[in-house]
Design a binder for this molecule. Structure first.
Ligand code: F3S
Length: 427
């Protein structure tokens, strides 16, 4: 029998427009989604992350939509943060962005700010000391890489929201209880066994390609991946080697498949608590004995040697990644553009430690608020890119029409220093 969505008296009042058209419109979206997906009721959310913020994605129609919703009096009721925009908000002129891109982009950010959204401009809210989610919290996050982190690494509950549905949840303060908000939907559809080394961030990206393609929107259960992971740091907002690997894994699983949750035996919270009870009875077994097929596809232009931009930080770089790159560059000078993309708050923390200055002295840039997928790269003259991030290797050729080299961090740093992709063999 179909479930009927039950609304509280307060929810019915908001839906009827008792507090104005802004929240009424938000309730209509949340309730419609709840009815489509057979949700029994609505649940309060403790944090919302909005994606689709770049003017490149929004276009003029999107900017108008945001402006109109803000004018209707819509205001967020829960802490809400924003994904990267198409440019650095303060330094766009010196970085070469055109005014006809920057002005509508700033108008979109202003509309979000008017609604009470915090203009953090990052895809890694889980690395912010003020917003890192906790086990069991219900969230409404729209950034696919962050959704995977929240569900898998933290054991919080969020569906993969769209831009408008996340904003609606923020304004309504609620989302519909369906999908990954219900424990019965969090069981694993596939068991992944790994028979090859998975040593670097790039290797975790390559793994995400193979598993993402294989499981689609399923829930993978990694039986032995913990063997390739050090413990997570006590302060997860630092990133750390494990955090940086998992950040890449989740982003790639969401990009190459549509994964919103995975489990790692003995490592992630639900797998630690429930073990193999998480497996669905028909869970398929997938054995991975080599990452080379993934490298062969992700390193999409193997004959391309000249590089215009090396970009690290997809999802946005953590403190530990910035530190690693700063130390690697010390006393040297890059010959291509080098972007370490990160959150403004993380750049500030890295600057306090002196790492931003070390990267700048080597000629690199620590770029905040944006990334090489959501920024208009071709209008900045970028045609040939290199990265160690799986999601970037997937999206940048598609969204920015660039050639792509994909390899580990050492290869990327070498490419920046030499201005050419190094000739050494793949890891
Ligand atoms: Fe973040 Fe941009 Fe990658 S939004 S996940 S750095 S494509």
């Amino acid at each position: 029998m179909a479930t009927t969505l039950q609304l509280s008296t307060e929810e019915k009042r908001l839906l009827a427009g008792a507090e104005g058209p802004g929240i009424q419109r938000a309730m209509e979206i949340v309730v419609t989604l709840g009815r489509i997906y057979g949700a029994p009721d609505l649940i309060p959310v403790s944090h919302v992350q909005i994606a689709g913020v770049s003017y490149k994605n929004l276009g003029d129609a999107g900017v108008r939509f945001l402006h109109n919703w803000a004018q209707e009096g819509a205001r967020v009721r829960v802490p809400t943060t924003l994904n990267p925009a198409g440019m650095e908000l303060q330094r766009w002129q010196e970085m070469g962005f055109a005014a006809d891109f920057a002005e509508p982009q700033l108008a979109a950010v202003a509309a979000f700010a008017q609604m009470g959204v915090q203009t953090t401009m990052s895809c890694t809210p889980y690395l912010f000391p003020d917003f890192a989610p906790r086990r069991g919290q219900h969230l409404a996050w729209a950034e696919s890489s962050a959704v995977v982190w929240a569900n898998s690494v933290v054991g919080a509950y969020t569906n993969r929201e769209g831009g408008p549905s996340a904003l609606a949840a923020a304004i309504a303060g609620r989302t519909a209880r369906y999908g990954l908000h219900q424990p019965e939907n969090r069981r694993a559809t596939h068991v992944i066994e790994i028979r090859c080394p998975v040593r670097s961030i790039a290797d975790f990206g390559a793994l995400s390609y193979i598993v993402g393609k294989r499981v689609g929107d399923g829930v993978p259960y990694f039986a032995d991946l913990a063997d390739w992971l050090p413990p997570l740091p006590a302060d997860i907002t630092q990133g750390g080697e494990a955090g940086d690997r998992l950040k890449t894994l989740g982003a790639g699983l969401a990009a190459y498949g549509a994964v919103a949750l995975y489990h790692i035996a003995g490592y992630t919270p639900e797998a630690r608590e429930l073990g193999e009870a998480l497996l669905l009875p028909h869970a398929q077994r997938v054995v991975i004995d080599s990452l080379h097929p993934a490298y062969a596809i992700m390193d999409a232009d193997p004959d391309m040697r000249e590089i215009d931009l090396v970009t690290i930080g997809c999802p946005h770089a953590s403190l530990s990644e910035i530190q690693r790159i700063a130390q690697r560059l010390q006393g040297q000078r890059v010959r291509t553009r080098l972007w370490i993309t990160t959150a403004r708050i993380t750049r500030q923390r890295a600057a306090e430690a002196g790492w931003v200055q070390m990267i700048q002295e080597a000629g690199g840039e620590v770029v905040a608020d944006t990334c090489a997928v959501v920024a208009p790269m071709r209008s900045l003259g970028i045609r040939r890119m290199a990265t160690n991030a799986g999601k970037m290797a997937c999206y940048a050729p598609m969204h920015s029409g660039v050639g792509m080299r994909f390899g580990d961090l050492d290869q990327c740093v070498e490419a920046a220093l030499q201005g050419r992709w190094p000739t050494n063999a793949r890891p």
